[in-house]
Design a protein around this ligand. Structure first.
Ligand code: GLY
Length: 352
């Protein structure tokens, strides 16, 4: 089991290991002692894990347990689901003494976090991530959000969880393509900060040491988030591959998953960085070969014009410029602001 402290404004622990859903009730009772625990799960995670979590909450003597469920998928991370969750909480007279439990991947975590942040001006929530993407990245750091028809994550706030409990047993149930696509975020951390992690991933591929690798991603994320909790500076590095990635997701109407889109975005920005003289051919080859090893896509499925148009809705845009993250070498990347008018040209450099 690995414990990682996150000393943000409101500090909390991230715990990673096997069998943690069984002990979730006990930990919750000690930490928050809620009157009511509200499990938020989607149509994938509810049937798989809700029973185990509920048993653990009951065993720990938490008086009331409720479940709010919704259909799985990015398309449901919207205002409709958010408002219906708030009404559910109000209808069940949930108070600040209670807590929300986000049992699932990025969509469940982002949506639950935003509801927790805003219902009664804030009630506690716990992240129980069940995908590689959520364990390595989205459950840590307090970014909460819902999407608008105009773009992804356009409404949200920073609100740290009270605890993150990542039961690594949940990853055994993931279909290979979902496991694989979460690895796009893991590779991102290796390219950003960690040549040793990069080496381990290229040696082991999908059979990487889960606890070691995912804990390392969380440590890197923690180090960045404590320096820049509200995303004004160094935290933007975590958007490596995301400017183009988010545009791909949007153009596909969210039919292409986040992790696959990030992989495409990472491949494209690395090609562009090499053509711009920011990184060497060796770095470009290493990144592309790593994405291939994981079976992740490296070609852009839309043209530069369409993608640039879609990227204009990105939160990383600020006035007439947009911040882009370029790899310089494995373990070192830079943030560079680019006039939006140059984005199409940049994406064109990223085409194979
Ligand atoms: N997923 C990037 C961040 O949390 O800043």
């Amino acid at each position: 089991m690995t414990h990682i402290s996150v000393p943000t404004g409101e500090p909390y622990e991230v715990i990673l290991g096997k069998g943690l859903l069984d002990t979730a009730g006990e930990r919750l009772k000690k930490m928050l002692d809620p009157e009511t625990a509200i499990i938020v799960a989607d149509s994938h995670t509810g049937p798989l894990f809700r029973g185990k979590l509920e048993n653990s909450l009951k065993k720990a003597g938490i008086p009331n347990i409720l479940t709010y469920g919704f259909p799985a998928g990015e398309a449901r991370k919207n205002a409709g689901t958010y408002l219906s969750m708030l009404s559910f909480l109000a209808d069940h007279s949930v108070t600040r003494k209670d807590c929300l439990l986000a049992l699932g991947g990025g969509v469940v975590g982002d949506l639950t976090g935003f509801a927790a942040a805003t219902y009664l001006r804030g009630i506690p929530y716990v992240q129980l991530p069940t995908t590689v993407l959520a364990v390595s990245d989205s459950s840590v750091g307090g970014k909460t959000a819902i999407d608008l028809p105009e773009g992804k994550n356009l409404v949200g706030c920073f609100y740290q969880p009270a605890l993150v409990l990542a039961d690594l047993d949940t990853l055994d149930t993931l279909p290979t393509d979902i496991f694989r696509e979460g690895c796009g975020e893991v590779i991102k951390y290796a390219v950003l900060f960690d040549p040793e992690l990069f080496e381990h991933l290229s040696e082991k591929g999908l059979n990487f040491d889960r606890e070691r690798v995912l804990s390392q991603c969380v440590r890197w994320k923690r180090d960045v988030v404590v320096q820049d909790e509200h995303d004004h500076g160094v935290r933007q590095l975590l958007n490596l591959g995301h400017t183009i990635g988010h545009a791909v997701e949007r153009c596909s109407n969210y039919q292409i998953s986040h992790g696959s889109a990030v992989a495409m975005g990472l491949a494209a920005i690395t090609r562009a960085a090499r053509k711009m003289g920011i990184c060497e051919k060796e770095t470009e080859e290493a990144v592309l070969s790593m994405l291939n090893t994981f079976g992740l896509p490296v070609s852009l499925p839309y043209g530069p014009k369409e993608l640039a148009q879609a990227a204009l809705h990105d939160k990383k845009r600020s006035g007439g410029s947009i911040s882009c993250i370029f790899p310089e070498e494995i373990g070192k990347c830079r943030i560079q602001s680019l006039p939006v008018a140059e984005l199409e040209g940049l994406i064109a450099l990223g085409v194979e």
